[in-house]
Design a protein around this ligand. Structure first.
Ligand code: GTR
Length: 429
């Protein structure tokens, strides 16, 4: 095991052991949340207020710029070239219920190249372009379903014997290892597609000084932007946007109806992807926690200092300046939700996942609601934290599920209901 894998394993063990008990030095007591004042999403940096919807784009840009420079880091635009190699085109799969497509996206910038494997399932009887859930996975496309035809990733994987990883490489033993989190049958049965990419195919999840993965396509970027340069979350989000670039050219996929969904660190990523790329039609974060939907100023569960220490590569280096000083961050995470407005956004929590601060995740939605209302949408149809297992679904959706840090059929069912509601409304427009 190399040093990186060992550090990752230690970090994972540390978090696993704290999933249900209050870790030393971290607050799980609501009464001990310190008083805090959130920055107002509707107040310009010069103190003036946004009064009318047409003033929002200007204020939105201020918030977006702050997240770029102080939280996730500044990412480049499109690379010079993106070529799609269709490795498999609509082969019958999943007992005849679906068609499988596998695509390798070849990215080129200057002399640098990088490739990303995309797996897509579409409903068998689809006529015309299909709306799709696009989501990153933690351990390789082949882990989301036991389907033996899914290509194994060639890129680095963190040590994980349960997912069949040997010497940081995927093996066939990993097939279907994480299928329990992927309700592919339910997605297909509702007439939607599922597309997935292994996050490490975009950027390996360890700290190498922001050099490998898609960062390598832009070798001078870090020199130019320094501590404001993109971290891994921004790299993963950038990769999702490139997949969307490809979807815009694929006649089987309705690129105007793509829901970006992610769990945990990949839920932080789906929020940033949706905030930074307005082409995503619906944005879904599952148990995203600190640096995702949870308010940083509450300092409940995982804190800014802790996340920046355990995972120094996820955010930009500027974010580290707010370790132990959350009140000084120019933004808080409710403004990340507001950046997605007026598009539908769904925030999901789990009651046992205290590390991710479920109440703080709800409060982000609540404090983004004024922006959604200003823009003429119903916003979040709840003023109080909803009861466990009772989803509320307006333009902002929310639920707190029973159980712990995970993705369950309950979560998928809520996302599918949310998509039905919003995409059906769109079709009838
Ligand atoms: C934990 C981290 C969380 C969450 C989680 C995950 O170690 O503290 O912020 O992102 O990892 O991604 O599984």
């Amino acid at each position: 095991m190399n040093l990186h894998s060992r550090l990752c394993t230690l970090a994972i063990l540390a978090v696993a052991s704290t999933a249900f008990a209050q870790p030393k030095g971290y607050n799980y007591d609501e009464a001990k949340v310190p008083p805090y004042t959130l920055p107002d999403p509707l107040q310009f940096n010069n103190g003036e207020m946004v009064e009318e919807p047409d003033q929002w784009p200007k204020r939105r840009q201020e918030i977006l710029d702050a997240f770029r420079t102080d939280v996730y880091g500044i990412a480049p635009g499109q690379p010079d070239a993106l070529r799609a190699e269709i490795v498999e085109d609509k082969t019958t799969a999943l007992d005849g219920k679906a068609m499988r497509k596998q695509i390798v996206l070849h990215l080129k910038n200057g002399e640098k190249t990088h490739s990303i494997d995309v797996l897509v399932y579409l409903p068998k009887d689809a006529h015309g372009p299909v709306p799709v859930f696009l989501t990153l996975n933690f351990r390789g496309n082949h882990t989301i379903n036991a389907d033996p035809a899914i290509r194994l990733p060639k890129s680095w994987l963190p040590s994980d014997s349960k997912s069949g990883v040997v010497n940081n490489r995927a093996t066939v033993k990993g097939r279907g290892a994480r299928a329990v989190r992927w309700d592919v049958d339910a997605i297909i049965a509702r007439g939607y597609g599922l597309a997935t990419v292994y996050c490490g195919d975009i950027d390996p999840d360890f700290h190498d000084g922001f050099k490998n993965g898609v960062h390598a396509l832009f070798p001078n970027w870090r020199q130019e932007y320094g501590k404001k340069s993109w971290g891994s979350v921004a790299g993963w989000a950038w990769g999702l946007s490139r997949v969307l670039d490809y979807f815009e050219r694929d006649d089987d996929i309705d690129a105007s109806r793509v829901a970006v969904m992610g769990h945990s660190r990949l839920g932080k990523t789906s929020l940033w992807a949706g905030a930074s790329d307005p082409r995503f039609s619906i944005v879904i974060s599952n148990d995203s926690g600190c640096g995702g939907a949870a308010l940083s100023r509450r300092r409940f569960g995982e804190t800014v200092e802790r996340i920046n220490t355990s995972f120094p590569h996820w955010f930009c280096d500027t974010f580290k300046e707010y370790n132990g000083n959350e009140d000084a961050i120019p933004v808080d995470q409710h403004q990340l939700i507001a950046l997605i407005a007026p598009r539908p956004v769904y925030i999901a929590s789990a009651i046992g996942d205290k590390w991710a601060d479920p109440r703080g995740e709800f409060l982000s939605g609540l404090h983004a609601d004024p922006v959604y209302k200003l823009l003429g949408t119903p916003g979040l149809p709840a003023k109080e934290w909803p009861a466990v297992d009772e989803p509320v679904q307006g333009q902002i959706g929310y639920h707190v599920r029973s159980g712990g840090h995970d993705v369950k059929p309950f979560d998928w069912n809520a996302y599918l209901d949310f998509a039905d509601k919003h995409w059906a409304a769109k079709t009838s427009n």
